[in-house]
Design a binder for this molecule. Structure first.
Ligand code: BT5
Length: 324
């Protein structure tokens, strides 16, 4: 059923606003006219405007800004990431669902998407605001064959992919703030949460949580983050299709991830540095063990931040929040 609906949507989309006859649909999908009608009704219920005209067939007029499996599948291209999509209208956190799937042996590249998260989370138990119908709230399952201590490299890889995807879809420049923030005009437009399932020293699965503010208006953000958060719509002055953001992002991630597995972190490190916001700046790195102020010199091969304090001592920062 779901496959058929997806195939039908693909046919209508390919026609770019032209009519597709019931006969052609029925031939290509090998289904009855009644079945087609049923799927057309379902698509309409999901927000698609489809015109039906006697003897001419069906024509797609508009599609909703949805992150359902069928809508996202229009944008995922030929890669393997995003071939399997679990969509939920409302969840506590997509991370929870992805963790459970990974424990049950879910394949690499599977994603979980939600239209809304009621308990979206950031690092260190912080909350991630995920209002309904506004952003990309996604968890991606990876199964890299790398040692545990290299896992932080993946966060940097994903950050490069997110900033590239934002630029591709919107033309807006997006910088990376170590380790996991994507900034537009100095405000946070996306965040990354990398969680591991590991046995002894080896990684079983990496659950990469990605939150991207796409179509929020300013009043969607609580007072607490109103000054520090932004969205693509606020910055670009127009709305964007979230499904396209997801599709472009998955293609960017898959390309970088293949390069990373084949050639190592070197190339990713260069890309990361060219998009980094904090390098060469005076910053404060704050963590549970205290705060260090100094110059951000760069990142190591492992993805660790190097911070030179006022006495010339270089500190390796494994995890912290960065203030300017
Ligand atoms: C992050 O944490 O930036 C990681 C965010 C990851 C969210 C994704 S959504 C899909 C998946 N499912 C989840 O449950 N999570 C992942 P952190 O660096 O700790 O930043 C959290 C801080 O960012 C909060 O304390 C707020 O100050 C701020 N914040 C919260 N919601 C925000 C939003 N929508 N946009 C910008 N800033 C936000």
């Amino acid at each position: 059923g779901a496959m058929m609906k997806e195939a039908l949507l693909h046919m209508l989309t390919e026609q770019e606003g032209e009519f597709v006859s019931g006969q052609e649909i029925s031939n290509r999908l090998d289904c009855s006219r009644t079945a087609i009608w049923k799927h057309i009704s379902e698509l309409r219920k999901s927000g698609y405007t489809i015109e039906a005209v006697q003897k001419r067939g069906y024509r797609l007029i508009t599609s909703p800004d949805a992150v359902t499996a069928e809508e996202v599948s229009l944008y995922t291209g030929n890669g393997t990431f995003g071939k399997k999509i679990t969509y939920r209208e409302s969840v506590n956190s997509t991370q929870e669902i992805a963790h459970a799937l990974a424990r049950d042996g879910e394949v690499e590249g599977s994603i979980v998407l939600a239209d809304e998260q009621t308990g979206g989370r950031g690092r260190l138990g912080r909350a991630w605001q995920s209002p309904k119908g506004t952003g990309v709230w996604m968890s991606l399952i990876l199964k890299p064959n790398i040692p545990l201590q290299k896992a932080p490299q993946l966060t940097l890889l994903i950050a490069v992919a997110v900033s590239k995807a934002i630029e591709k879809v919107s033309g807006i420049e997006a910088a990376i703030k170590w380790p996991n923030d994507i900034l537009i005009s100095g405000k946070k437009s996306a965040g990354i949460l990398t969680e591991l399932q590991a046995e002894a020293d080896s990684i079983h699965s990496v659950i990469v949580g990605i939150g991207i503010n796409v179509n929020q208006e300013r009043n969607h953000f609580s007072d607490e983050i109103a000054e520090i958060a932004t969205s693509l719509a606020i910055e670009g002055g127009q709305t964007y299709k979230r499904a396209e953001v997801v599709g472009v992002l998955l293609q960017e991630i898959e390309t970088l991830y293949q390069q990373y597995l084949e050639n190592g972190f070197g190339m990713i490190k260069l890309l990361w540095e060219s998009r980094a916001f904090s390098l060469g700046k005076r910053i404060t790195a704050r963590s549970i063990t205290g705060a260090i102020t100094g110059y951000a010199k760069g990142i190591t091969e492992e993805g660790v931040l190097l911070l030179e304090d006022d006495h010339g001592v270089v500190h390796s920062i494994y995890s912290a929040d960065i203030e300017f």
